[in-house]
Write a new protein. Structure first.
Length: 73
């Protein structure tokens, strides 16, 4: 999927992860291009493998933090 993503509008980069368990990629894509990217990458992948992939659009968050006695650390 990383190779299939190269050159698509809004694509900044991607990386294969979990290759031993069926594999997946994490791709950085401009938010305005995310839906078109999802459609195109799914089509390219299915054409190459015959498998219809699950493609999820998500965004980053602030992440985890610790709370001590009700106050953020």
């Amino acid at each position: 999927m990383v190779e299939a993503a190269e050159g698509l509008p809004g694509y900044y980069g991607g990386r294969m992860t979990g290759g031993g368990f069926g594999g997946c990629t994490v791709n950085l894509v401009a938010s305005g291009q995310a839906e078109a990217f999802r459609e195109t990458i799914a089509k390219r992948y299915q054409e190459k493998t015959g498998i219809s992939p699950d493609v999820y659009i998500c965004s980053s968050a602030d992440g985890a933090h610790a709370e001590l006695n009700g106050a953020s650390a």
